[in-house]
Design a binder for this molecule. Structure first.
Ligand code: PLP
Length: 425
């Protein structure tokens, strides 16, 4: 927080609190900033060193040059570090059970791409969940193999037998990239079983990486299940107000985050201090928002589940023992259902889905998710439109599919809105 007095000893004792408490306290001490209770905005590109000796030492530490004594580098230049960035990172570590280190980014895609570039060597191999978010799909399907010589294997990771077969046949892999629940199908992948398989077939090198955007640290704790890296689009629930674009990478091991930070510095993937400030403000309300949004989504799912115009309603909270493996995974791995609902309209095509979307009054017709306002979108023509038709069909992302993100409006009003739009389909 200050080059004169860069105490960071307060962080660890906070870890004994419940994360909802630590997240409020972590990362910031008023006495280091004029006793301001809330975090100031450090809008500066560069920092003054107390002495030339200090400046040289901070660079040794930041760049791991000979002479690096392993201590935290002081504040140098805002592409490397900034108090607002570091405070957001400390709050993320406090919020995620099992995390020890974090790096924040100007977008979720920047966090994902930087992690892949930093941790997968040229000629390496990645197994990834299919379907995944459209941007991740493009990175895995196009950029990795075509630009970086990295072989990538899309797999329905909810099917452990197939994952094991691919790992045995094509391994060892450098990374298994999971998105669970998957966007937009809400498919459930068993993180603990996959990290066991990574250990069994990985010859010590396979990293299990989880994009935890949909459930967040509130409802899913991948490190407790054996994950090595957790990723977020912080644009979504962590930001929570649809007013920032941001991303985050968390790890247990310093070496992983050191590599990710090194790439961040050189690629220049630096979050603006204003954005980091907004993220810091938002993380403090993460628990209350996500819990309330999940309650509202559960009410909506209950109200819609037997609607005659809905073919299928995908919502983790509706899984039951007739859903077999998906229900088992949800029960053992998730601490709540989240607030994403995907529905497939009965006997409908794109025209029907568009009519439904165009008739919603409270749900905004917009991509993204996790904000205070409810959103609705058409994955096949919007978030997942980069996918090939073959892949869209294989993953069941049909023209009749609509994805909802439930916000904080009254659930009664939201149900009424959905019912009215269903009437005109
Ligand atoms: C699951 C998931 N991961 C990653 C991303 C990418 O995040 P961003 O838009 O912040 O780059 C998204 C965006 O929708 C997403 O839904």
């Amino acid at each position: 927080m200050s080059n004169e007095n860069s105490e960071r000893d307060y962080k660890d004792p906070l870890r004994s609190y419940n994360p909802a408490t630590s997240v409020i306290l972590a990362g910031y001490r008023p006495r280091l900033s004029e006793y301001s209770v809330k975090v100031p905005l450090f809008r500066t590109s560069t920092f003054e060193f107390a002495s030339a000796e200090d400046g040289a030492k901070f660079f040794e530490r930041a760049y791991h040059l000979p002479g690096d004594d392993g201590e935290e580098p002081g504040l140098v230049y805002s592409r490397l570090n900034n108090p607002n960035t570091e405070i957001a990172e400390d709050k993320l570590v406090a919020s995620e059970k099992g995390a020890n280190h974090a790096a924040v980014f100007p977008s979720g895609m920047n966090a994902i791409a930087t992690t892949v570039l930093a941790l997968v060597p040229a000629g390496g191999r990645i197994l990834y969940t299919s379907p995944v978010y459209g941007g991740t799909y493009f990175l895995m399907k196009q950029l990795c193999p075509v630009r970086f010589g990295v072989e990538t294997f899309p797999v329905d990771t909810s099917d452990l037998k197939t994952v094991e077969r691919i790992l045995r046949k094509h391994g060892p892999f450098d990374m298994i990239f999971l998105e669970t629940p998957a966007n937009p199908t809400l498919g459930q992948t068993d993180i603990a079983e996959i990290s066991n398989l990574a250990g069994k077939y990985g010859k010590g090198k396979t990293l299990t990486v989880v994009d935890n955007t949909f459930l967040g640290p509130v409802f899913q704790r991948p490190f407790e299940l054996g994950a090595d890296i957790v990723l977020y689009s912080a644009t979504k629930f962590l930001g929570g107000h649809s007013d920032i674009i941001a991303g985050a990478v968390l790890s247990q091991e310093a070496a992983h985050i050191d590599s990710v930070r090194e790439y961040r510095t050189i690629l220049g993937g630096t979050i603006a201090s204003d954005t980091a400030w907004l993220l810091t403000r938002s993380i403090e309300t993460l628990w209350v928002r996500m819990e309330r949004q999940a309650q509202k989504a559960s009410k909506i799912a209950e109200a819609l589940k037997d609607h005659p115009k809905i073919e299928k309603l995908l919502f983790p909270g509706l899984l039951s023992d007739t859903d077999g493996q998906a229900y088992e995974v949800f029960r053992k791995q998730c601490h709540g259902p989240g607030s994403m609902i995907t529905l497939l309209l009965k006997n409908s095509d794109r025209t029907g889905a568009f009519r439904f979307l165009d008739n919603l009054q409270i749900f905004h017709l917009a991509v993204s998710l996790g904000g205070t306002e409810s959103l609705a979108e058409h994955p096949r023509s919007m978030t997942h439109s980069d996918m090939t038709e073959v892949d869209l069909d294989r993953c069941g992302i049909s023209d009749s599919m609509v994805r909802l993100s439930v916000g904080l409006e009254s659930s009664d009003d939201l149900v009424e809105d959905l019912m009215a739009a269903l009437k005109v389909v």
